[in-house]
Every structure is written in C-alpha cells, then in structure tokens.
Ligand binder design. Structure first.
Ligand SMILES: C[S@@+](CC[C@H](N)C(=O)[O-])C[C@H]1O[C@@H](n2cnc3c(N)ncnc32)[C@H](O)[C@@H]1O
Length: 130
C-alpha cells in the first residue's frame, strides 16, 4: 500500500506544510475539499482513526473535545512536526499520536467510529465504519 517509503516522508517532512498550503500545489484543492467531506463524515463520531496524519494539517481541523482522533503515521519526523501543530492548537487532550504502519494497525477491531485519511491510505477516498 505504501507508494513512498518512510524515509521519503522523513526527509521531506520539513517542506510538507509549505507544499500543501501552496495554491500552486496540484492537489491543493483536493486537500481543501477533502477536509469538507471529512467534517461531514465525522459528524457523529466520537473517536476516529486518521491514517497517514503527517504533520496533522487535517487532524487539527477536526479534533475537538467531543471528537477525539488517534492519528497515526509511519514517519516519526512527520508526526513530530504534527505534534507541534497539535500542541500549538491546544488540542493535545483530544489527539493521540502513534507512529505506526497503516498496513499493520496496532488496534483491536471495531474500536473506532470512523476512519479517515487526507491524501494517503484511502487514496482520495474515505470510509466510515458506522
Ligand atoms: C501526502 S502526505 C499527507 C499527510 C497528511 N494526511 C496531510 O493531509 O497533510 C502522506 C503521509 O502518509 C504517510 N504514510 C504513507 N504510507 C503510510 C503507511 N503505510 N503507514 C502510515 N503512514 C503512511 C506518510 O508518512 C505521510 O506523512
């Protein structure tokens, strides 16, 4: 499932936020639009799993006291930068960050209300478990 190895994301982590917020980035509008759909998906979810959270650009748009997110990524560097963003947004109580490969998830079955991913695992698609 992984099209780019972890080291690709680790080495490019420092540039990711600059890339994804640049309106010239070819997928800029996809990322913007995906967050709108994800908001709808999470409407009735209290605990969600985010795959490939990266620097948590989507995580901080969706986490809140009644919408907790477990955000996983297999790049420690991406997730470290993401942790800083989650902290700056004051959302650390509502987000758990886990370094993990989405192909080998370290969770029990059926413990999340929803699963989402912006620009990664579900490859420009998303799904709800409820
Ligand atoms: C295109 S970036 C998207 C990051 C973030 N979702 C966003 O919207 O800004 C892809 C992310 O998926 C992660 N990723 C790719 N394959 C993965 C896998 N098999 N397991 C966990 N994370 C993965 C990468 O490390 C990277 O952070």
């Amino acid at each position: 499932m992984a099209y780019f190895p972890r080291k690709y994301w680790d080495s490019g982590a420092d540039k990711w936020d600059e890339t994804v917020t640049n309106t010239s980035f070819p997928h800029y509008f996809y990322y913007y639009e995906a967050d709108l759909y994800i908001s709808d998906l999470l409407e009735n979810s209290r605990l969600s799993l985010e795959l490939g959270a990266g620097t948590c650009g989507s995580t901080i748009n969706h986490a809140s006291p009644d919408k907790k997110i477990v955000a996983i990524d297999y790049s420690p560097r991406m997730l470290k930068l993401g942790k800083g963003r989650v902290q700056n947004a004051g959302l650390m109580s509502h987000v758990d960050l886990v370094v993990a490969d989405q192909c080998h998830l370290p969770f029990r079955d059926d413990c999340f209300d929803s699963v989402f991913s912006r620009g990664v695992a579900l490859s420009y698609d998303w799904a709800s478990t409820s």
